[in-house]
Design a protein around this ligand. Structure first.
Ligand code: SAM
Length: 252
């Protein structure tokens, strides 16, 4: 079992590399969603620490694009750990922006040597090269595309679809045999989240993990979905990012 001080130092070095203290991983949340042991979670996060140059490069790319941070998930390291521990065949992500969440899913899948990430994004653009305070925090520079901070080598096997989730999610889901890991991080309204959860539900399997960010804006959509599945939602420390695990033993 890793010592608490060693774990804290490990997590701190990761968050510093990406340049955001908010990204300190919540190990308990990973355990709640996967049932993995402390040792497994520690081993998984150590993989990332060993390659923290990757996080530094992502940060440098974002900075070169004109801003310290673009709208990004506050739990990128947890997304990597979930991908490593669950070993999903199909990950579906709604909402890409600069691509922090996408990058961490793709890093995990590359390490797994299997599985695919399917992402949908309708990008929001800044008016000019400099982001104005009155513009949406998710807006990207006019000369960039969705996922522009994702390292090139990870993009080769990435299924990125550009357009509104309202039009693209149903056809995407119909192509997939199952969804093992899902992230909602696009349009944060109760109605839209309900639509997404209802659309993916037939493809979820026992052991699938479903995540939704900014649940403070989506009313009871997520907790109600959890209740209908007979499970409970877990909130990631310091955020409104919630997750649930579909009950039952994972599919073989
Ligand atoms: C919060 S950002 C995503 C951040 C990203 N997950 C990350 O970690 O960096 C939300 C993204 O969803 C996009 N979006 C908003 N409404 C959408 C919709 N109806 N369909 C698809 N994408 C949408 C926004 O333009 C933006 O690119």
């Amino acid at each position: 079992m890793p010592g608490a001080a060693a774990s804290k130092e490990l997590d701190g070095s990761l968050a510093r590399a990406l340049g955001t203290a908010a990204a300190l991983p919540d190990r308990r949340w990973i355990a709640q969603l996967t049932g993995a042991s402390d040792a497994t979670i520690d081993r998984t996060l150590r993989e990332l620490t060993a390659r923290r140059g990757e996080e530094e490069r992502i940060r440098a790319t974002l900075r070169a694009g004109g801003r310290e941070f673009y709208a990004q998930i506050q739990a990128p390291f947890e997304l990597y750990a979930l991908t490593r521990i669950l070993r999903p065949r199909h990950v579906v992500e709604l909402g890409v922006s600069s691509g922090i969440s996408s990058t961490h899913f793709l890093l995990g899948l590359a390490k797994n040597r299997g599985g695919s990430l399917h992402s949908i994004d309708l990008p929001t653009f800044q008016a000019g090269a400099v982001h104005r305070a009155d513009e949406s925090p998710v807006a990207i520079p006019p000369d960039r595309a969705s996922g522009w901070a994702v390292p090139k080598r990870l993009r080769r096997k990435w299924d990125l679809r550009i357009g509104p989730a309202q039009e693209l999610l149903v056809p995407l889901v119909s192509e997939l045999p199952g969804i093992d890991l899902f992230l909602h991080d696009d349009l944060h309204t109760p109605r839209h989240l309900k639509f997404e959860l209802g659309t993916i539900r037939p493809k979820l399997r026992p052991g699938s993990v479903v995540l939704a960010d900014n649940t403070n804006w989506t009313g009871r959509s997520f907790p109600d979905f959890a209740r209908r599945l007979g499970t409970r939602p877990y909130r990631r420390r310091g955020t409104h990012l919630m997750g649930l695990r579909v009950p039952g033993p994972p599919a073989a």
